[in-house]
Design a protein around this ligand. Structure first.
Ligand code: HEM
Length: 500
């Protein structure tokens, strides 16, 4: 309980903070973007409620493309709409390409002995080096890998199909863990090499479990990131978080060591081989301008972390939309039957011949935008945006969800209509698809986008060739997502039927 003295002290502290904020606002010559009124300490967090996407859309309507908010202790802006987000993400001076030094990042950096994941590294010469080499490694994996990546994606898609078809067709089943296992299995073998199912199974389970614990812990935003001083009050929680993120580190370490010993120049068994090759000219120790060879190889962990939830959640949302819109599912299946029949295996080059299926995948990506505000960006210097001043050290949320809901472009963004992405000849409309910003844009755009698209296309086509999904009787379809770092569908039940 607060006694009267404490209450008065608290009141004085709040009023002082309010006065400082007002004085800064009144006397500042700067023209900051408009935004809602916040309160000390929390800023605008209390206003976001249980649906931040909806609140940000309301603020977009009210204040425009650039909205100033306070994210707990941080100055922040929310950037809305395709044109303004593109401007920010593609700025030549990269002033918006930083990442904030949130407590989560500090804890991760400490836990991994100074090594940082590409996803969270602030913009710097080191970031550029990591980004360029990681992107090159992914490209060389796709073009040079001894075991064709497409075969890997297809093999896992077929395994998943077989598994789902083993469920009695009358049973209401959840497909979440099967889809998760298929995705983590692809990622694992893509990064670390082909492995026998029985040998890699414990690793896969461990990665899935760690991700679940991590998400539970972090929820839809780590409280320490918002109010950094809480880390000193809740030390136990910080330690738990460290433990959670370190629990699969032994797998990464063991795989790096294995690859270091067995790597031969000119061979690409997996992404780690490609990274190994590209790390040959890097120093063994970290320096100011250069990452170490170990740092580059450790990026497999970043790819694992960034690729798993995003891909599996997207696939689950696609299945959810297919059961909610049986007419769309039938049209997808008819297209697959006409182009591939029941047994011809699908290849990535077939994608142009399956425009409706692709339009369905893109439309689900638009409707769900599973990482709605991207990963927070950060300003590196004072700058200007749409006539407003933006200070150095401002957290920048790219509201990708706003792009998916831009009425002026989509007309009826609230409706699920895959055909909106087809042109007059029934082909995929590239211009409209490029307006779907699920993978963000510019310098920090998702580095795994091509791999994600290939994997999802091959998996959904294989499933549609052989299975039909139906909403299980007595179970409703709910599109409202579960909010975490990545949005996911609420648990849902389906019947899986064999088509042939
Ligand atoms: C449907 C699947 C996926 C979606 C929706 C997705 C979405 C995103 C988004 C929105 C960002 C943040 C971009 C920004 O901050 O502006 C991102 C970053 C990133 N993604 Fe993905 N992603 C997916 C799959 C993957 C896969 C499969 C990989 C790895 C193989 C991957 C690796 C990364 C990495 C490393 C970054 C950080 C890039 C950087 O900061 O430079 N993602 N992704």
């Amino acid at each position: 309980m607060l006694d009267i003295t404490n209450f008065v002290s608290l009141l004085i502290a709040l009023l002082t903070m309010f006065w400082i904020a007002m004085r800064a606002k009144i006397f500042s010559k700067k023209r900051y973007p408009p935004g809602p009124w916040g309160i000390p300490l929390l800023g605008h967090l209390h206003l976001l409620g249980d649906n931040p996407e909806r609140k940000y859309l309301q603020w977009w309507q009210r204040y425009g493309d650039v909205v100033k908010i306070r994210f707990g202790s941080w100055n922040a802006i929310v950037v809305n709409g395709y044109d303004t987000i593109k401007d920010v993400a593609e700025r030549k001076d990269d002033v918006f390409s930083g990442r904030p030094n949130f407590v989560t990042q500090v804890v991760l950096r400490e836990a991994f002995g100074g090594i940082e994941a590409l996803t969270f590294v602030n913009f710097s010469p080191k970031y550029l080096q990591l980004r360029k080499r990681t992107a090159t490694a992914l490209r060389s994996y796709l073009s040079k890998c001894e075991y064709c990546p497409e075969d890997l994606f297809r093999e896992e898609a077929e395994k998943l199909t077989e598994k789902l078809l083993r469920y009695p067709s009358d049973d209401a089943v959840s497909v979440v863990s099967d889809v998760e296992l298929a995705v983590v299995s692809v990622l694992y073998q893509m990064l670390y090499g082909k492995g026998k199912e029985s040998e890699i199974a414990p690793h896969l389970n461990s990665i899935v479990e760690t991700t679940a614990t991590f998400n539970k812990f972090v929820g839809s935003g780590n409280i320490f990131d918002v109010i950094p001083w809480l880390q000193y009050v809740m030390k136990g929680k910080v330690e738990q978080f460290k433990e959670a993120v370190l629990s699969t580190d032994w797998i990464t370490k063991a795989k790096i060591e294995e690859h270091r010993l067995s790597f031969q120049k000119g061979q690409t068994r997996d992404v780690l081989d490609a990274l190994c090759d590209l790390s040959a000219d890097l120093p063994s120790c970290e320096s100011v301008d250069s990452v170490s060879s170990l740092h580059l190889m450790y990026q497999v962990a970043a790819l694992q972390g960034a690729g798993f939830d995003t891909t599996s959640r997207t696939i689950l949302f696609i299945i959810l939309y297919l059961i909610a819109y049986p007419d769309v599912q039938e049209r997808v299946q008819k297209e697959v039957d006409d182009v591939l029949g029941s047994s011809k295996i699908v290849k990535w080059k077939d994608r142009d011949t399956l425009p409706y299926l692709n339009a369905t995948i893109y439309e689900v990506m638009r409707k769900t935008t599973v990482v709605p505000f991207a990963i927070p960006h950060y300003t590196l210097n004072d700058t200007e945006l749409r006539g407003y001043d933006i200070d150095k050290d401002t957290v920048v949320f790219l509201n990708l969800h706003s792009v998916a809901n831009e009425k002026s472009f989509w007309g009826d963004p609230e409706n699920f209509r895959p055909e909106r992405l087809l042109d007059e000849d029934g082909m995929l409309d590239a211009e409209k698809c490029s307006h779907i910003m699920t993978f963000s844009a510019g310098r920090r755009r998702c580095v795994g986008d091509v791999i994600a698209k290939m994997n999802i296309f091959i998996l959904i086509t294989t499933l549609m060739q052989r299975c039909s999904f139906k909403k299980a009787d007595g179970h409703d379809v709910d599109f409202e997502p579960v909010r975490s770092l990545v949005l996911s569908p609420k648990p849902f039940m389906v019947n899986v039927n064999r088509r042939y």
